[in-house]
Design a protein around this ligand. Structure first.
Ligand SMILES: [Zn+2]
Length: 559
């Protein structure tokens, strides 16, 4: 059973609320999308299981600004360190405040991915008084909260420590205040100069009401209050919060001790490891959720998050291998889904297949499965769609790796080439997909591709490395020219076979044979599949270039 469906099968209750949340402290990293998409899949699975379910998403904007991100004006924002994010000004006039600005960016990505939870802001929960009852409860049971911290995370809080932070009436900071008493509906607080390493308090003290937005609960306690106010039934948490003795354990313990009830269903999910230092520093683009969402089609980005079990790490970097594999895997599932959508074979057809088995060898480009083999669609594919109706709009995929190469060949009529290389006429849907892939390919080449990943063809001049071929390589080229001149179908797979065959004829090592080809066209030792590479080029040009290389090296060897 698919992991999201398993959650749905295990969930009980009349009204289920799936919740996730985020502190909008700056530009959101693509890794933060994992939780969003995981919760969305669980929500959809519950819906499909016929359960009454709501997906809520909390914006923790009463959290303090604890660092000024490097891409913001340090001088402008440093004075706001320690203040609630919703009270910090917006970096641009497009939003009312800092929290709404960065959350707005993130919500655009939600929309792009077809994720539509009910959004709520903590500022509203606090200011509307919805949290009051729980603030009072936790302040009155401060000893139980302290006990939970001590038992679970071994954190010792002094006996006059209360689980609350007021917004200092003098300096507006929330991170620096410490509450040491609670009486007659008021807390006594001190804005401590040495409370935090990153910001100093102003020293102000006073009695103030903790209600109606005057402050917040520490976030492990706030988490529990949120579960109650929102009515959360399922909330997963990232690995960082889910360690033994970590924040989720502490929150669970507070929930049991103070509220005397079980916390919502929990499961940890792993990180997404992004290895992208090179591209982020040199290209000016990075791995923020917004940037990756601008690169990848939304279904592919969902697929990246969903095809892996939540407990497994996802390694993602927008390099050639990872991106090409992602498209390839997705396209494979699309091909399988096409087959799944076909009607089951009739008895006559089955009989016919047994009596007349296909004699042709299956080409590697064929789908892995055949008619009737696929009884169920792939859940990862279904949950990757933007609609949650479990409908997949299929298409005939055009190989993304070939597309990336074609995009780099100068003076090429790309669309004509795509038509020539497709076995069937392209439908409107096929064109829609292939044109979007062209967009992705161009963006990837421009913003993410390393120089080594680019296909630089030497069309107008002989590359330097082609000047130093070995005698063996020259001999290989001589036979190759003869073989290429024969009646060859100028197609990647066949040319690849021909290159192999020729190397066997001469008993030259494949490595050396293929290197000769790459030197002569790319000035590199390695490259994309050599057969495909030659198929992108004109036959006469290829033969002439190889002849030129032979001549050049013969002259060099003789002199
Ligand atoms: Zn202060």
């Amino acid at each position: 059973m698919f992991w999201a469906d398993k959650f749905a099968a295990d969930a009980s209750g009349d009204r289920i609320i799936v919740n996730d949340s985020k502190t909008p402290s700056g530009r959101v990293h693509v890794g933060s999308l994992r939780g969003v998409v995981i919760h969305d899949a669980i929500y959809r699975a519950l819906k499909h299981a016929g359960k009454s379910v709501t997906f809520t998403y909390g914006v923790d904007d009463y959290d303090a600004l604890d660092t000024v991100p490097h891409y913001l004006d340090q001088a402008k924002f440093s004075p706001y360190l320690g203040q609630p994010l919703c009270n910090v000004p917006s970096p641009e006039a497009t939003a009312t405040d800092y929290a709404k600005y960065f959350m707005g960016e993130f919500l655009e990505v939600f929309e792009h991915l077809g994720v539509r939870p009910e959004i709520y802001y903590l500022r509203d929960l606090y200011r509307s008084g919805k949290m009051n009852q729980y603030i009072d409860l936790f302040l009155n049971n401060a000893h139980l909260v302290r006990e939970a911290y001590k038992e679970i995370s071994k954190a010792d809080r002094p006996s006059n420590w209360y689980p609350f932070q007021t917004i200092c009436e003098n300096c507006g900071k929330i991170a620096t205040t410490v509450v040491t008493d609670y009486q007659d509906g008021k807390v006594f607080y001190t804005c401590q100069p040495n409370a935090m390493e990153y910001v100093k308090g102003c020293g102000h003290t006073g009695w103030v009401s903790p209600f109606d937005g005057n402050g917040k609960l520490p976030w492990k306690v706030e988490w529990v209050a949120k579960w109650e106010v929102v009515g959360v039934s399922i909330e997963l948490a990232g690995k960082d919060h889910s360690q033994k003795g970590g924040s989720r354990d502490v929150a669970n313990s507070i929930c049991r001790k103070v509220l005397k009830k079980n916390p919502p269903t929990h499961a940890p999910y792993e990180f997404i490891l992004v290895n992208g230092t090179k591209m982020s520093s040199s290209k000016g683009v990075g791995s923020s959720a917004k940037e990756i969402a601008a690169l990848l089609p939304p279904e592919l980005l969902r697929f990246l998050m969903l095809r892996t079990q939540p407990r497994s790490v996802i390694n993602f970097s927008p390099n050639y291998d990872t991106i090409a594999r992602l498209f390839d895997d997705y396209d494979r599932l699309i091909k399988c889904h096409e087959i799944y959508l076909q009607p089951l074979p009739t008895e006559e057809e089955i009989l016919d297949r047994i009596l007349n088995p296909p004699t042709q060898k299956r080409k590697p480009s064929d789908p892995m499965f055949s008619l009737g083999d696929i009884a169920q669609p792939s859940p990862a594919l279904l949950y990757s769609q933007l609609n949650d109706e479990k409908e997949v709009k299929t298409y005939h995929p055009f190989d993304f790796q070939v597309l990336i190469s074609l995009l780099q060949i100068p003076h090429l009529d790309l669309e004509a080439e795509i038509v020539a290389r497709s076995s069937n006429p392209l439908s409107d849907r096929d064109w829609e997909v292939v044109r979007d892939r062209i967009r992705v390919g161009k963006a990837w080449l421009q913003d993410y591709a390393d120089e080594e990943e680019k296909l630089v063809l030497y069309l107008d001049s002989m590359p330097d490395k082609a000047h130093n071929l070995t005698t063996e390589q020259v001999n290989y080229f001589e036979i190759l020219v003869t073989n290429l001149k024969a009646d060859v179908n100028w197609e990647g797979e066949e040319l690849q076979n021909l290159l192999f065959r020729t190397s066997k004829q001469l008993e030259i090592s494949q490595k050396s044979a293929f290197a000769a080809v790459y030197y002569t066209f790319l000035n590199k030792e390695r490259g994309p599949k050599a057969g495909s590479l030659l198929s992108y080029l004109d036959k006469d040009f290829v033969i002439q270039r190889i002849k030129d290389a032979i001549a050049l090296n013969l002259t060099a060897n003789n002199s």
